[in-house]
Design a protein around this ligand. Structure first.
Ligand code: SF4
Length: 474
């Protein structure tokens, strides 16, 4: 029987609360893309290389030179290894390595900016990792100075950084503020000491609080904290205390990620003991509790793993149907081209996606040869562009008004998406989605599972599944 706790968490549209339905979550708890891009990165291919990226940059220069830009820099270094980690990082205590890296990132910035000759304003910069705060102050100043020298920044640009509170103090945050950073993301995961030991990430509430308070004192407009549920040694009671303490820190946004244990894909996870992971029923209870507590504390559900205070710009953008999806998750900026620098970084320019090489050696070799370090990418077809819009609107707005969509893309929806409408029928029967001739709407019960609805529009996924079925049959 379905037990439905409805209305535990209001979305910005007050009439559309998030409902936690454990039976539905259990039924649809499958691996699926997060749709930070469509097509997803596993569709990128190596036939797309630096020459294609250069062409995309030239096309932008010739056709859309003044469109705002988004920038991303990947800083891969970390001091210690968190066992749950699935990021592309380099564990080291040798700061000489980051000094060299920053010099090469500057070279990459120079090559790209010399092709673009852009005077377009930068609307958004994000430093991710790894641990961006691994950089020494002079390295950080040099990187930011180089970016600002290569690209003009809009006065109201969102400039954000991921911070590891174990390695910075209040004065570091003030220093970041002086460089123009105005948004911060703080990794927490769990304050429970047993969990912290099990994942090799010991981090006190006091050092986390110091970072958040310093961000506020230095005019940062948004503070995000990351939590992970499903970690080893985690319990409902322990995570309940973590939630209380995090809510007490009053971040503007909270990301609540589910830990996926895939040690064959991510080597550090081999250090996590399978028998220490919470059983599926506990993991579900932790998620249910988190939704309840965040709702009671006034956070609204943005989508996927994200929650925000109603006044936060993400929540306001969602209420105004101006939310977007990009490689950093949800974003308030319209669909800017994204220039990405550093190893493994993924960018988006026009109808292309492009990804850099994954190792430092390859990165340095390419740049020593004065070549761009792109190693794979993807050129979107017209069909991809239409589907990307459908998936993005569902992920951001939880609905897809069909007449507007038809007008935007010049399609007759029930003809262009006949197979998708058929595939939505069982989801509608289970109550995840409502489908009428004019609207596809993800229900309150379906919102936690929005990617299940989005996956219906993913042609590449459908073709991959069909190919897998075919190869099994023969
Ligand atoms: S989780 Fe973050 S801080 Fe920890 S090893 Fe991975 S990238 Fe580094």
């Amino acid at each position: 029987m379905t037990t439905l706790k409805s209305g535990v968490l209001a979305t910005p549209q007050a009439a559309a609360p998030l409902a936690f339905d454990p039976d539905l979550v259990r039924k649809y708890d499958h691996a699926g893309p997060r749709y930070t891009s469509y097509p997803t990165a596993d569709r990128f291919h190596e036939a797309f290389g630096p020459a294609d990226y250069v062409q995309a940059l030239i096309t932008r220069r010739e056709t859309r030179p003044h469109d705002p830009l988004s920038l991303y820099v990947h800083v891969p270094f970390c001091n210690t290894l968190c066992f749950y980690c699935a990021c592309n990082k380099v564990i080291t205590k040798d700061h000489g390595r980051s000094a060299k890296y920053i010099r090469y990132v500057a070279r990459e910035i120079d090559i790209v900016s010399s092709i673009l000759e852009s005077d377009a304003p930068v609307a958004q910069l994000h430093l991710g990792g790894g641990t961006p705060t691994f950089l020494a102050r002079d390295e950080m100043s040099s990187l930011i100075g180089h970016l600002r020298g290569a690209f003009p920044f809009a006065p109201d640009a969102e400039v954000s950084i991921e911070v590891d509170p174990r390695k910075v103090d209040a004065s570091t945050i003030a220093f970041l503020g002086s460089l123009g950073f105005n948004r911060i993301s703080v990794g927490v995961q769990d304050f429970d000491p047993a969990v912290q030991r099990a994942v090799n990430r010991i981090q006190s509430e006091a050092e986390t609080r110091a970072v958040i308070e310093s961000a506020r004192a230095n005019g940062f407009v948004s503070v995000n904290t990351d939590l992970i549920y499903g970690l080893p040694k985690q319990t409902v009671a322990g995570f309940s205390r973590t939630l209380d303490r995090v809510i007490g820190l009053s971040p503007d946004r909270i990301a609540l990620y589910s830990y996926a244990h895939v040690p064959h894909l991510f080597k550090p996870q081999r250090r996590i003991l399978l028998e220490e992971l919470p059983p599926p029923a506990d993991k579900l209870a932790i998620l249910s509790l988190a939704i309840e507590k965040l709702g009671a504390a006034g956070y609204v559900y943005i989508g996927m793993d994200h929650f925000a205070k109603p006044g936060d710009e993400l929540a306001r953008a969602q209420a105004e149907r101006k939310l977007h999806r990009n490689f950093q998750g949800y974003s308030t900026k319209p669909d800017c081209d994204l220039l990405a620098f550093g190893i493994s970084a993924i960018g988006k320019v026009g109808r292309t996606y492009v990804q850099n090489v994954r190792t430092l050696d390859e990165y340095y070799d390419r740049l020593d040869a004065r070549a761009l370090p792109a190693f794979r990418g993807y050129l979107l077809t017209d069909d991809d562009l239409v589907r990307r819009d459908a998936i993005s609107r569902l992920m951001c707005d939880f609905d897809l008004p069909i007449p507007e969509f038809e007008a935007r893309h010049g399609v007759v929806f029930h003809l262009a998406f006949a197979a998708e409408l058929l595939a939505l029928a069982p989801l509608a029967a289970d109550g995840l989605v409502e489908v009428t001739p004019t609207l596809i709407r993800v229900t309150e019960r379906g919102r936690l599972l929005v990617r299940t609805v989005a996956m219906v529009f993913d042609r590449h996924l459908r073709e991959a599944r069909a190919a897998a079925r075919y190869s099994r049959v023969i």
